[in-house]
Design a protein around this ligand. Structure first.
Ligand code: ZN
Length: 241
């Protein structure tokens, strides 16, 4: 039994994710912000949808939710903490809750920082993390609502997941993240290798994600920040980069 993840590029640089539980064929979609593109992709892939998962309330993650829900008549799962500003939730979840997809299940991880109510979903079967706008490849989300200490703690939770975890994030920001990362950690050979790989992938018009958590742990300056003060300085530096 395992869960697989396939990205669906939407809007200018967002990624929605289509998840499949191999045992039952159950399908979930994560952050369906563009209903037309999402419905077309799901219909092309067999026309099945069982569940909608939302990582946070920003429009570029939720805008298509009600139209996709209406098309497939499926339940929507999101953060209880943000129920007041998310589409109507059929399952409102908190840290440690479980979300079923067929015979598989995801653990809910609260990751405040980018937004107060941000959540991530981790499927141990398949080692898939839906990291929303918390953890990006070689970067992390901007602190729109949370504090550096909150985001640092959120990233520490994600860093403790199995190293083989596939990080399925909400945006294609990797190339710009790599430039910033190299500006503060130029001698990091893992980062140099990843930056070269990312440049080649983007030049070929290909996505750079999902990435492996083990690679992020070796190269992502926000996961490598040893303390909150260093993290805060790097995050502020990236905002001005
Ligand atoms: Zn966002």
């Amino acid at each position: 039994m395992t869960v697989s993840a396939q990205l669906i590029p939407i809007l200018s640089d967002n990624y929605a994710w289509r998840l499949v539980d191999s045992e039952t064929g159950a399908v979930a979609i994560v952050d369906p912000a563009d209903a037309k593109a999402i419905i077309a992709a799901l219909e092309a892939a067999g026309g099945r949808l069982d569940l909608i998962l939302l990582t946070h309330h920003h429009d570029d993650h939720i805008a298509g939710t009600d139209a996709v829900r209406a098309h497939f008549s499926v339940p929507v799962v999101g953060a209880a903490a943000d129920a007041h500003r998310l589409p109507k939730l059929d399952q409102a979840v908190r840290e440690g809750d479980t979300v079923k997809l067929g015979n598989a299940s995801a653990q809910v991880i609260e990751t405040p920082g980018h937004t107060r109510g941000q959540i991530n979903f981790f499927f141990p079967d398949g080692e898939i993390l839906l990291s929303g706008d918390t953890l990006f490849s070689l970067g992390c989300g901007r602190l729109i609502e949370g504090t550096p200490a909150e985001m640092f703690a959120s990233l520490r939770k994600l860093a403790a997941l199995p190293p083989g975890t596939k990080v399925c994030c909400g945006h294609e920001y990797t190339e710009s993240n790599a430039r910033f990362a190299l500006s503060i950690d130029p001698d990091n050979t893992a980062l140099q290798a990843r930056a070269a790989e990312v440049k080649a992938l983007r030049a070929a018009g290909k996505p750079t994600v999902p990435s492996l958590l083990s690679d992020e742990l070796a190269a992502n300056p926000f996961l490598l920040a040893p303390d909150v003060a260093t993290f805060a300085a790097r995050r502020a530096g990236k905002d001005k980069f």
